[in-house]
Design a protein around this ligand. Structure first.
Ligand SMILES: CC(=O)SCCNC(=O)CCNC(=O)[C@H](O)C(C)(C)COP(=O)(O)OP(=O)(O)OC[C@H]1O[C@@H](n2cnc3c(N)ncnc32)[C@H](O)[C@@H]1OP(=O)(O)O
Ligand SMILES: CC(C)C(=O)C(=O)O
Ligand SMILES: [Mg+2]
Length: 564
């Protein structure tokens, strides 16, 4: 049997009755370290060139990152050359630390220091794996042997750094595979490294705790981090960093819980590129803070540029549902979502606290347009259809007509199976409601009040017809213009015409048509709606009635012809 869960074992949980992290809140951004140019780079099919690294570095600086792991200079000439270029061309701002990784081997450490000659601020980052799998199968060492690798390397780092005093050095140590390491042993190794580096005597030290492979639920990782936080010596002089991967899809969650558990610093990559399923995504982690009203200290308003550059350099497309950055993450297709968004957006005003349903952040904050928010397909409802007409064409419809139009659009969407653009909704609105049936254009109207024997009644003379045809004259009487026209139509087409719904809107002064009328009539038991726009409200109302009745007439002519 190949699919056999019995070949796996769970990661042991920590019995930690004194855990405090669950009730902590994150109230400020951690220190961020971007490792795109190292961990991200080592996962690419085609690793970055020096030119690509330059562009990426430049963007990371512009976004606000202060610690940037720029490569593994002892492993590749490109990474070495890139370090040299950064230093020799003075491309690193004074407040930015460049960071480089090396294995815990002397020749590699020596080469690493060579690559950093002349740097103002640099982080030398050494690692060795500490978990049982690595001790037993990769390095063939016991706990003491494993600790000795780290301690020896810490000594070399101290020694080589002393030879380059022009640089302000930070030393960083990662017990690689920390999350799969017995936590008491991780603490022992960290203490041994710190005993060499002496953070308590002023050396800046970062202890980075990696979930090299994510092997547990984030709460277990948080327990591990809190244990280190509580137990290591010189805690107050050490920066605790975490470096999570996303093997179980919880890289960001693990880092967040780790910060609650005491971590000061978080390593990750933009959009989560990295080994296997990737590193923790800095965009998601930063924007999660932002959405809670916390300044992430990184300028994510440049989201489009971030996505474009990362995609170009990594040759990896961003998932359309990628948090905060994907193409579809601010779009709602489903009716009830659209309805709620539309109602909330209508109330939202610049300066308000953002409480728009279904949108955790304001899309505009990351350079997205409100036009993307409501999109129509067969899952949409009247709110969405009304929203796109209102948003893109300034057409406001009464509720009863929104419902009717939504039904029509829904049929189109179901037939086609895809998205219906707002232009298509508009075309459908025009053809089904706004267009005037042949022969039913209002040409002129003349209304005379008090003209008849009944005081206050309106006598209407209305001419209709297309410009190419002779006009038809209609004459009727009623309480107002509309009822006079209904009277005229009842006389002429000998049918029972009734107006069942009527709404009118002013379209503002800037349009040729100043008024819009929406009408629903019944003609001999057939219900028909129509809309008309005209320069005045009376003309719009009269035309809407004519269009509705004309449609019913045209349909019955077609039906009679078919029967004959
Ligand atoms: C989780 C991480 O992301 S760790 C970073 C991983 N990144 C990379 O590996 C990218 C760059 N690496 C490289 O280009 C190469 O591995 C180099 C240049 C660093 C080393 O190359 P090589 O000397 O050819 O060794 P190789 O790559 O096979 O590494 C395995 C050897 O390094 C040892 N090793 C592995 N990691 C470490 C470490 N952190 N500290 C000390 N020794 C180590 C192994 O035990 C093994 O030793 P052995 O040959 O005596 O059995
Ligand atoms: C070297 C370390 C920090 C690493 O990338 C990992 O463990 O994932
Ligand atoms: Mg990593």
């Amino acid at each position: 049997m190949s699919f056999d869960h019995r070949k796996y074992r769970p990661v042991p949980v920590i019995d930690k009755p004194d855990r405090r992290w669950p009730s902590q809140r994150i109230e400020k951004a951690p220190l961020w370290a971007a490792v795109d140019l190292r961990d991200g780079n080592q996962a690419l099919i085609k690793p970055m060139s020096v030119a690509q690294k330059r562009r990426f570095f430049q963007m990371l600086v512009e976004l606000g990152f202060k610690e940037i792991e720029v490569g593994f200079p002892s492993a590749s000439q490109i990474d070495f050359d890139f370090c040299r270029a950064l230093i020799e061309e003075d491309l690193v701002p004074d407040d930015v630390h460049i960071q480089v990784l090396t294995q815990a081997r002397e020749e590699l450490i020596a080469r690493t220091f060579e690559s950093l000659k002349g740097a103002k601020n640099a982080v030398v980052h050494i690692y060795n794996a500490t978990s049982p799998t690595f001790r037993e199968q990769v390095f063939n060492v016991d706990r003491e042997g494993c600790k000795a690798i780290a301690v020896k390397a810490a000594g070399w780092v101290k020694e080589y750094a002393a030879k380059q005093p022009e640089t302000h050095w930070t030393f960083q140590y990662s017990p690689e595979t920390f999350s799969a390491t017995e936590t008491d042993f991780a603490v022992e190794v960290i203490d041994a490294v710190n005993a060499v580096w002496r953070p308590d005597q002023g050396q800046r030290v970062i202890i980075n705790l990696p979930a090299t492979v994510e092997v547990s639920t984030p709460n277990v990782f948080a327990d591990q981090v809190e244990t280190v936080n509580d137990r290591i010596q010189h805690r107050d002089h050490v920066i605790i960093s975490v470096h999570t991967h996303d093997d179980r899809g919880c890289g960001v969650a693990a880092a967040e819980l780790a910060v609650m558990a005491g971590a000061d610093r978080v390593e990750g990559t933009l959009l989560g590129n990295g080994e296997r399923t990737g590193n923790m995504d800095l965009v998601t982690a930063g924007m999660n803070l932002y959405s809670q009203g916390i300044d992430p200290q990184i300028d994510f308003s440049r989201m489009k540029e971030i996505v474009a550059l990362v995609e170009e350099i990594t040759d990896i497309q961003t998932h359309p549902r990628h948090p905060y950055a994907g193409d579809l993450v601010f779009s709602a297709f489903s009716g009830s979502h659209q309805d709620a968004i539309r109602k909330c957006l209508a109330r939202y005003q610049e300066g308000d606290i953002w409480t728009v349903a279904y949108l955790p952040i304001d899309p505009a904050d990351v350079g997205r347009r409100y036009e993307e928010v409501v999109r129509i397909n067969s899952q949409s409802g009247k709110g969405g259809v009304a929203h796109v007409l209102e948003r893109d064409f300034g057409i406001d419809l009464p509720r009863w007509l929104q419902q009717e139009l939504a039904g029509v659009v829904q049929q189109d969407a179901e037939q086609d199976g895809g998205e219906i653009t707002s232009e298509r909704v508009h075309r459908r609105f025009n053809s089904d409601y706004l267009s005037v049936p042949m022969g039913w254009t209002l040409r002129s109207y003349d209304l005379n009040r008090n003209a008849g024997p009944e005081k206050g009644a309106v006598q209407a003379q209305i001419s209709i017809g297309d410009s190419s045809q002779p006009v038809t004259l209609l004459s009727g009487r009623g309480d107002g213009a509309m009822s006079a026209l209904v009277d005229a139509l009842n006389r002429r087409i000998a049918s029972d015409v009734k107006v069942v719904s009527f709404d009118e809107y002013s379209l503002g002064d800037n349009t040729e048509a100043n008024a819009m009328a929406c009408i629903r009539v019944q003609v001999g038991g057939v219900t028909q709606s129509a809309v008309a726009m005209a320069s005045d409200t009376t003309a719009a109302a009269l035309q809407a009635i004519l269009s509705a009745v004309g449609r019913v007439e045209a349909a019955s002519t077609v039906a009679r012809a078919a029967d004959a």
